[in-house]
Design a binder for this molecule. Structure first.
Ligand code: UD1
Ligand code: UDP
Length: 363
């Protein structure tokens, strides 16, 4: 089988790394980087650290409005799909690169495979929710990380295209967890003691584009007595500067540049608590047994909340400080994200689909 995989933003490099290995063990993979993320610390560092093969194509789309970014990916990916003529086009998650590539595949009548299908926040104002819904509806094979995702797809009439695979981010995390010990000095470099700091990340449009929300999040984090380390996304740095909050953030929090995956996993593992609006980080906190405070009103990763390891606090300063400070009565953890072999299940499901065009049962 020949699979053309499309990645472009930080979380997609992490998701693609285990899948890429599994695909290459079975057949040919052509890797396309859209260039949605281009800073060294949001892109190249992951290829080096995770040993992801050099992309065969780099589309260089860069930043822009949603329309510009989506249109550029479509325009530049289309001739690649025609030239390569893959058996399947594989997309990950919910970014503009995902939806654009999904549309190109659908219009070129190439089998579109969506890894991380079925996730829903049920908030159509969230740009990623539009990307998820559109991608799922144009895709031919929907690979859902969870049973909950499969239920969402069934409600939208897509059950017959769905396979539950487990979460490929769990595979990536297990790989990293075994290596972080020797691979990074991030704690010492930032003068952090395990169990005595909070790790925070913020980058969602809803939080960065609204100065009132951004300022309330700052207040909530600054209310914690432990050091709060914040690897800052470039979008958030720009917003903090624009809203005159940058100096305050640097005074009250430990603001650092984004770090690579292994140092980030070390930071997650050593933190007393996590505060985040990231999708991936909520789950990584769960995998590493670190309680998570989510700076949103809803989440796609509902299992983490139901299990009592994640609390949704939105952008309410008092609620953020309280959740980061309180004792958490943590019980048994369920395992809704698979056994850490999702990447091979993904590769197998694609192979099976291409061989007989049928999706295997989702048990
Ligand atoms: C994108 C995804 C989001 C994902 C996030 C992962 C969409 C709609 N959003 O959000 O789902 O959670 O990636 O991090 O696809 N910038 C840089 N350097 C870079 C990349 C971006 O400085 O390498 C700055 C630019 O000012 C840019 C802004 O960040 O305008 C936003 O980048 P963009 O890729 O549009 O969206 P993200 O917020 O990164
Ligand atoms: N991540 C990282 N360095 C950082 C922040 C995040 O390696 O400084 C990783 C994190 O471990 C996770 C992924 O990036 O695997 C999450 O990306 P992000 O939060 O940007 O996107 P989302 O998951 O919200 O789409």
């Amino acid at each position: 089988m020949k699979v053309l995989s499309v990645v472009g933003a930080r979380p997609q490099f992490v998701k693609a790394f285990p899948v890429s290995r599994a695909l290459r063990a079975r057949g040919e993979e052509v890797l396309v980087h859209t260039g949605q993320h281009y800073d060294e610390e949001l892109s190249d560092v992951f290829f080096t650290e995770l040993g992801i093969p050099e992309p065969d194509y780099h589309l260089g789309v860069g930043s822009g409005s949603h329309a510009t970014q989506t249109a550029r990916v479509m325009e530049r990916l289309d001739p690649v799909v025609v030239d390569e003529d893959p058996d399947a086009l594989l997309v990950y998650g919910d970014t503009n690169s995902t939806v654009a590539a999904g549309l190109v595949g659908a219009k070129r009548d190439t089998a579109v495979v969506h890894v991380e299908a079925g996730l829903r926040s049920f908030d159509r104002e969230m740009p990623e929710e539009v990307n998820r819904v559109v991608t799922d509806h144009v895709a031919d094979l929907l690979l859902s990380p969870t049973e909950k995702g499969a239920e969402n797809l069934a409600r939208e009439g897509l059950a017959d295209r769905t396979v539950v695979t487990g979460d490929v981010m769990y595979d990536a995390l297990l790989w990293a967890r075994d290596r972080v010990g020797d691979a990074t000095t991030v704690l010492a470099d930032n003068d952090l003691t395990p169990g005595e700091y909070v790790l925070a990340t913020v980058h969602r449009a809803k939080n960065t584009d609204d100065p009132a929300r951004l300022s309330a999040i700052l207040d909530g984090l600054a209310g914690v007595s432990d050091p709060v380390v914040v690897p800052v996304h470039p979008r958030t740095e720009t917003a903090l500067r624009e809203h005159d909050l940058w100096d305050r953030a640097c005074d009250e929090l430990r603001v650092i540049d984004p770090v690579g995956y292994l140092p980030f996993v070390r930071l997650l593992d050593g933190a007393r608590r996590i505060a985040t609006d990231s999708g991936g980080v909520q789950k990584e906190a769960f995998f590493l047994d670190t309680p998570c405070v989510t700076l949103r009103e809803e989440t796609e990763w509902v299992e983490t909340v139901e299990a009592g390891w994640n609390e949704l606090v939105g952008a309410d300063a008092d609620a953020i400080t309280t959740a980061l400070t309180r004792d958490w009565p943590l019980g048994e953890k369920p395992h809704p994200y698979g056994d850490g072999d999702a990447a091979s299940v993904v590769a197998e499901a694609i192979d099976a689909y291409l061989q007989d065009g049928a999706t295997p049962p989702t048990d």
